[in-house]
Design a binder for this molecule. Structure first.
Ligand SMILES: O=C(O)CCC(=O)C(=O)O
Ligand SMILES: [Fe+2]
Length: 234
């Protein structure tokens, strides 16, 4: 695995997808821990108006805040840290680990950017870890627009309008998707399975911790900290 080449691909396309980054044994441990947690609590944490307007049907969980130490293993993984440094440079920092859980037959996530693209240098990096296979029978594949991290704000439209040039990624168990926060991306509807992904978000040096507080959807700007629609775009 050549980290310099992977970093070049990331900066060119706004994402890079790598299979077999993590062992199956580790992925099984993650998947079990996550599924056990959601067996007890799979209520939506976002309010109804956000779910309706964003067409985002996902339940976030921040296990490290609850002291779940297993989730430190990937954050400290040397290979992941070295690749992150190759991409973001010295002085990058972890933000948090966010598990995303979706029930069967739920909507996935509409097209969005995780943060405002107004300043090229201010962005988050999603380090998405997949502890299960995701494909066209489970649903929940990830769609990205290559190079869109350099194209400014995602075009206005309804939450679900299609965008030309989309590439669909079907992540395998053990894979890693590094995704620039300005890249236009979405998650397809979930079919006959629950869907789990774990995101180790991080940022380059001198980036504010709240960088992902306002996400950009085709139909609105949404602020998570107080659950407010900051602007309508449709
Ligand atoms: O769960 C995924 O595959 C992608 C989720 C996403 O949009 C994100 O973490 O920013
Ligand atoms: Fe996202």
């Amino acid at each position: 695995m050549n980290f310099i080449e992977l970093s070049k691909l990331f900066h060119k396309n706004g994402y890079v997808y790598i299979e077999k980054f993590f062992s199956t044994a580790l992925m099984n441990e993650y998947q079990d821990e996550i599924c056990n947690h959601f067996k007890e609590d799979n209520n939506y944490k976002h309010d109804e108006s956000f779910i309706e307007k964003s067409k985002t049907d996902v339940i976030p969980w921040f296990p490290q805040i609850e002291g779940r130490e297993k989730f430190n293993v990937i954050e400290k993984n040397k290979k992941l840290c070295d690749l992150t440094e190759e991409i973001l440079g010295l002085g990058w920092k972890s933000l948090y680990c966010m598990v995303m859980y979706s029930n069967k037959s739920s909507n996935g996530q509409a097209w969005h950017q995780d943060c405002s693209p107004n300043d090229d240098g201010i962005f988050n990096l999603n380090r998405l870890v997949y502890s299960m296979d995701i494909n066209n029978s489970t649903g929940g594949e990830v769609c990205v627009i290559p190079g869109s991290h350099k194209k400014g704000m995602i075009p206005r439209g309804t939450a679900t309008d299609e965008i030309e040039g989309s590439v669909t990624i079907s992540p395998l168990k053990g894979s890693l998707l590094l995704l620039h926060g300005h890249t236009w991306h979405k998650v397809l509807p979930i079919l006959d399975n629950v869907r789990v992904s774990t995101n180790y978000r991080c940022v380059p040096k001198n980036t504010p911790n709240y960088v992902t507080d306002v996400a950009v959807y085709r139909n609105m700007l949404f602020r998570f900290s107080d659950g407010k629609i900051l602007a309508n775009r449709d």
